[in-house]
Design a protein around this ligand. Structure first.
Ligand code: NAD
Length: 294
């Protein structure tokens, strides 16, 4: 059993924390939102009234937060957590943030003798609930080895991508590709159904053909084709358009820095940005289909 401080109990962090509790770890949790804090307490966590007080007795700190400025401010801001952590604590940040932000926080931790890895995840809320996430880690091998038994309680595939920040680079490459195949799947489904095809039948055909991809396999964007996915729940829950838009902004930054052309990634970024400004930011990203339909 490990004493874990868990900060950020949203769509992903909530179920991840529950799986750690089920695996027998002792969790002290903190979130700005009282409702999610109460839900975690029902699942067996202790709640703290600040991120700093969640650290009491913690051997490991896990953060699952919306973006890099929040992560930086939590750890390295005024009175940030790095001023309150002891040297034997391992920090695991599972938020999706810029690789440079992850490196910045890791270096600030290192300067205080604290170990940190970036460990963003892939798999969505269903995988967070099922404990089958993919963790993509960056940092020292020794810290990755320490984190692995904890990550095993929340994930099925745990990768060490390389040095600090490498987890975030791999994660952003993946999410750019995810955005592209989701838009492509939505375009194909919209065109086919406008020609009178049934969305479910068309999906089965494409899954058994060369258009097969993850969006069609487990996250069909067309309402009613699959149960238990956001498209069948008015695009609620899941992975918000705001977050996908953020990730595509991170992809654009990485592309500029590494002088890598990403014409489709850039187009995907613009489509999600338009969708966000149409007022759909808090809907699941598969709702991009609605924009095409409208
Ligand atoms: P979310 O918005 O549902 O949850 C974020 C939580 O952080 C909220 O409960 C919020 O109250 C809390 N929070 C914000 N600032 C805080 C602070 N300063 N202190 C304490 N709590 C704070 O987001 P999510 O969908 O759970 O995503 C979390 C991270 O995981 C993001 O970086 C996202 O890009 C990434 N991610 C999400 C998915 C997905 O399918 N939702 C998949 C992979 C990765």
């Amino acid at each position: 059993m490990t004493n874990i401080a868990f900060i950020g109990l949203g769509n992903m962090g909530g179920p991840m924390a529950e799986n750690l509790i089920k695996a027998g770890h002792s969790l002290t949790v903190y979130d700005l939102n009282k409702d999610v804090l109460d839900a975690a307490v029902k699942a067996g966590a202790k709640s703290a009234n600040s991120a700093i007080s969640a650290l009491t007795n913690a051997n490991v700190v896990i953060s699952m937060l919306p973006n890099g400025s929040i992560v930086k401010s939590l750890f390295t801001g005024k009175n940030g957590l790095i001023n309150h952590l002891s040297k034997d604590v391992l920090v695991i940040d599972s938020s999706t943030i810029a690789a440079d932000d992850a490196r910045y926080v890791a270096q600030a931790c290192k300067a205080k003798g604290i170990s940190m890895i970036d460990a963003p995840v892939s798999g969505g809320t269903a995988a967070a609930q099922a404990g089958t996430l993919t963790f993509i880690c960056g940092g020292e091998a020794e810290d990755f080895d320490k984190a692995k038994p904890i990550l095993d309680a929340m994930g099925k595939n745990i990768f060490h991508a390389g040095a600090s920040g490498a987890g975030q680079v791999a994660k952003i490459c993946n999410n750019m590709l995810l955005a592209i195949h989701m838009i492509g799947s939505a375009e194909a489904l919209n065109m086919g159904t406008r020609q009178g095809l049934d969305a479910g039948v068309l999906s089965e055909i494409m899954k058994a053909s060369s258009g097969n991809n993850w969006s069609l396999q487990v996250y069909n964007p067309f309402p009613g084709v699959m149960p238990n996915v956001p498209s069948s729940n008015d695009y609620n829950g899941g992975f918000m358009v705001n977050l996908m838009s953020k990730d595509l902004g991170l992809a654009q930054e990485l592309a500029s820095k590494s002088k890598s052309p990403i014409p489709l990634g850039s187009a995907a970024g613009q489509l999600f940005e338009m969708h966000k400004y149409n007022g759909e930011g808090s809907k699941d990203f598969s709702s991009i289909l609605k924009m095409l339909q409208e």
